[in-house]
Design a protein around this ligand. Sequence first.
Ligand code: FAD
Length: 281
Amino acid sequence: MYDVIVVGSGPAGITASIYAKRRNLSVLIISKNNSAVQKTDKIENYYGFPNGITGKELYENGIKQAHNLGIELVEDEIVSIEFLETFKVETVNSKYEAKSVILATGTNRNTPKINGIKEFEGRGISYCAVCDAYFFKGKDVAVLGSGNYAIHELEQLKPIVKSVTILTNGNKIIENRNVEANVIEKPIKSFNGENKIQEVEFEDNTKKEISAVFVAQGTASSNDLARKIGARIENNYIVVNQNMETTVPGLFACGDCTGGLLQISKAIYEGAVAGLSILKK
Ligand SMILES: Cc1cc2nc3c(=O)[nH]c(=O)nc-3n(C[C@H](O)[C@H](O)[C@H](O)COP(=O)(O)OP(=O)(O)OC[C@H]3O[C@@H](n4cnc5c(N)ncnc54)[C@H](O)[C@@H]3O)c2cc1C
């Protein structure tokens, strides 16, 4: 039995495990090895790297740091967590038990299956408005999505870009929200361009010129684990107090999965707090 199992090996999970390990707790990290950081070409807004750093390098540095401290890391996917006096954690390949669990599962930036999405990732297709909006200053851009997350991204983009169109790809835009943007609900055939994205083509063969598409479809599944054990979720994010405790005793959450600023610096802060908040039982 571990003192704590940390779910996720992104900035939040690795930081939480470092702080917990240095307090002499037994720590296991379980992770699918699929951090948002690994999708980042270059990070230029994180403290201490005057020339920026690639996401891949930052991620690998974090894993090395955990290894150097002797923290155990298992690459696997968690399919369920149950709470019966202790936490029973089930992965695709095994079962584990811990006195506490820290969820650092990130958020789901769902990739829809539309021609051109994968091809133009980093060349007009973005998953993060706060990170990439500035690159499209004064341009016509689109948000792909139809829910609260899409509207959040729209608000981030509006002060910087020339115009934002919401592309719902055949879905109805969320009700009861006042959306001040051009909304197109037609199904999308493809995103087209040479080297970078230049237009969206709809199933009815009409087209619209755009310089970027910010993908903002749902965030639900990063919360599934927490929801299943009764932790409170609001607006698709796990609710925590200032110690990063969820509403389930012994269950903590940190990083992108708690919402707010979806950035590395915030994930690091919350990971540190979570790692320091675990009580030795
Ligand atoms: C394209 C892009 C560019 C970005 N650029 C910047 C930038 O320039 N600056 C900046 O500060 N931030 C940037 N970000 C945001 C930054 O990457 C995130 O804020 C940060 O990675 C959040 O860290 P995290 O540890 O909370 O989550 P993540 O880094 O996403 O890690 C989540 C971890 O949980 C694991 N996991 C999830 N579910 C399970 C499961 N069921 N079982 C096992 N493991 C699971 C994943 O495999 C992963 O290891 C960018 C993000 C993207 C996508």
